[in-house]
Design a protein around this ligand. Structure first.
Ligand SMILES: [Zn+2]
Length: 388
């Protein structure tokens, strides 16, 4: 029996709903202490040193956040730290040399990227520079290549080419799917800049999403969750394969390891009667991306109205939603948003199945005009299935 009222009220999601970008590992006071200590070593009183440190840090936008290695944010911050030291005349000659090199590197990389983007878009260099500065400040991109990709194609797509657990797909294949399935600027307007495929396993522990690259760790956690003592007994019904937001960069959808999934068991894929297992997997992955995109859009729907549709049709739209009810103990709102995300997934993967089995949900999605019915199907079988 389908009852969305079941389950405790704690949040229990397949994605973190807080999309706050790079974690602040140290507070900014650490940066102030560092500069102040240098001034005090050089004879300043503590009071004077603290005051100067505060000012100089503000002037140069230096902070004590530990940005990911190799990121443009880290390069900027390293430079800003040296600018602080230079301003208070406490940079060593070696540090001044590093600062010069960093400045030249940053300048030439920006110059190169901007001229490439100008070549591709014919836009004003100044506008592009501003747009990139904003992207860096808001942690939407990790490096300038991503800035170029985002500005020229609307989305950064990485890691699908050489994926081991799902069929390899080119970034262009994913981009084609997105362009043909979602309205123009839809991803941008809904805060989605990057889609990344990782080989890590995601799992839910105490209502948080954990990540591990270790298969055994993952399987142990799955056994805990399903309360079984043997890998053989695992049903692998607890699936977290993607999330939006969370670690490091804002506006990112991350897809984890799909090793244990079997799309052929899912009703909306089974009924398509596709022989190729590989094509079923590709459809499933495009559907998973769609599910996460739907989560970024869900705040714009009338959730109460949608909940009434769920009650009216009186059944969960997919096994995944049933898991949220029975296994993860999700609350009513989470169940509704998961149901919505799954409904959009199915609309894009097998609209006929949705229309026949969940006509009210089908009409609801249709009326939103947020995606092309069968967009994933069309991407995988351009000749066999028409777009509607
Ligand atoms: Zn979800």
């Amino acid at each position: 029996m389908f009852n969305p009222e079941l389950g405790p009220s704690e949040e229990n999601l397949d994605e973190s709903k807080i999309d706050d970008g790079i974690d602040i590992i140290e507070s900014s006071s650490v940066a102030e202490e560092e500069i102040s200590a240098k001034l005090q070593d050089n004879g300043s009183s503590k009071e004077k040193a603290d005051e100067t440190a505060k000012k100089v840090i503000e002037n140069n936008s230096y902070n004590a956040i530990i940005y990911p290695e190799g990121s443009i944010q880290r390069e900027f911050n390293d430079r800003n730290r040296l600018l602080c030291l230079k301003e208070i005349s406490l940079a060593s000659s070696q540090e001044l040399e590093i600062l010069n090199k960093l400045n030249l590197d940053i300048e030439s990389n920006f110059h190169k990227t901007i001229s490439e983007i100008v070549g591709a878009t014919n836009r004003e260099p100044g506008d592009i520079k501003n747009e990139i500065d904003e992207m860096v400040a808001e942690n939407k991109i990790e490096n300038l290549n991503e800035a170029k990709e985002l500005i020229t194609s609307g989305i950064v797509v990485k890691g699908f080419e050489d994926s081991k657990d799902i069929p390899p797909m080119s970034a262009d294949f994913i981009k084609d799917f997105l362009n043909n399935t979602f309205p123009k600027d839809f991803l941008k307007n809904n805060g989605i800049s990057r889609i990344l495929k990782s080989q890590d396993y995601y799992y839910n522990k105490n209502s948080f999403i954990e990540t591990t690259s270790n298969r055994d760790t993952y399987l142990k956690e799955e056994m805990n969750l399903e309360s079984v003592d043997n890998i053989e007994k695992l049903k692998h019904i607890y699936k977290i394969r993607a999330k939006v937001g969370g670690d490091n960069y804002k506006e990112t959808i991350r897809l984890g390891n799909f090793e244990f999934d079997n799309p052929s068991t899912l009703d909306h894929i089974k009924t398509l009667e596709i022989e190729s297992e590989e094509k079923q997997n590709v459809l499933y992955v495009l559907g998973t991306i769609t599910h996460e995109i739907a989560h970024k859009y869900e705040k714009q729907i009338n959730l109460e109205e949608y909940q009434k549709l769920i009650e009216k049709e009186n059944k969960a739209v997919s096994e995944y939603v049933i898991n949220h009810i029975k296994l993860y103990g999700s609350n009513k709102e989470t169940i509704a948003t998961e149901d919505f995300a799954e409904t959009v997934r199915i609309y894009v993967t097998n609209p006929k199945y949705l229309k026949e089995n969940y006509p009210s949900r089908f009409s609801f999605i249709e009326s939103l005009s947020v995606a092309r019915a069968g967009g994933a199907l069309f991407q995988v079988f351009p000749d066999r299935f028409s777009s509607n």
